[in-house]
Design a protein around this ligand. Sequence first.
Ligand code: P6P
Length: 308
Amino acid sequence: MQSFNHFLREKGVSNEVRSLLYHIARSVKYINFSIRAGNTGKCESQNLFGENQLKLDVSADKTIADELEKSELVTVIASEEKDKPEKFKSSRGNFFVAYDPLDGSSLVDANLAIGSIFGIWENADNILGKKVGENLIASCYAVYGPRITLTIAIKDKGAHEFELNDVGEFILSREKVEIENQSKYFAPGNLRACLNNPNYKKWVDFAIENKKTLRYSGGMVPDLHHILSKGQGIFCYPRDKKHVEGKLRLLFECAPFTFIFQEANGIGLNQEGKNILDTVVEDFHQTTPIFIGSKEEIQTVVKFLRKH
Ligand code: P6P
């Protein structure tokens, strides 16, 4: 059973990135404790998107920010729960970390799995105006479900899953996660888009006619983790009248997951069929439609949306 740090060292991951991931893993452990402690009440506050914040959202956000500051490797952080990025005073590194502290937190009261998402850029100098994939060197996400897992992808070193054991260590549970080109599962998010986009409806009908199995919980993290766990799947969240540029956030959700999926031979495209990681960052909170999963299947979906 390989420990998190031992495995990453063997993979040749730098001391700095390993140390930063260690602090992220520690924040995941603390967040898991607060979820299990049942602190799921609502705050009075709302985030930038007008979404009610749970006490858990705010505490998870603070837990992560504190751990990133303690690492002394991060210069700038951006959180889905904060209106603006924050600069740390003292840091001996120059990493930029964007994170969604508790994605899908509204599902907590239904006792469904939720997660945290992290992207790590090696150069914190202005990310605005650059392609989101430029300097993105690692991404990871935690699933707070029946098991607590942390899946980590490092540039050109693959994606690997670690599971929290009963003594609080993350131990390697799946090395080199791979996604096949075909899939029997599909996760058609934002079905409302079928009302003003007949091509999306055509693709959903095509998936049903091809007997694909629906797997959609409403939580991006468990829904995408399902694809990586089964090694196949299609997750879509197209634009619609309410979400003209999609709902899911480029920096906090779509870029980190596209990075992870690419390291697992999957693909993440926008509604024009372009790689999500080629999207130019214009605003820290910008959103994008996303189609992510098994390569051939995702290319089929995007063709449906563009051609029919
Ligand atoms: P809808 C959760 O609020 C979230 O941000 C993602 O985790 C999830 O994939 C999406 O929104 C679900 O959106 O429109 O189905 O509620």
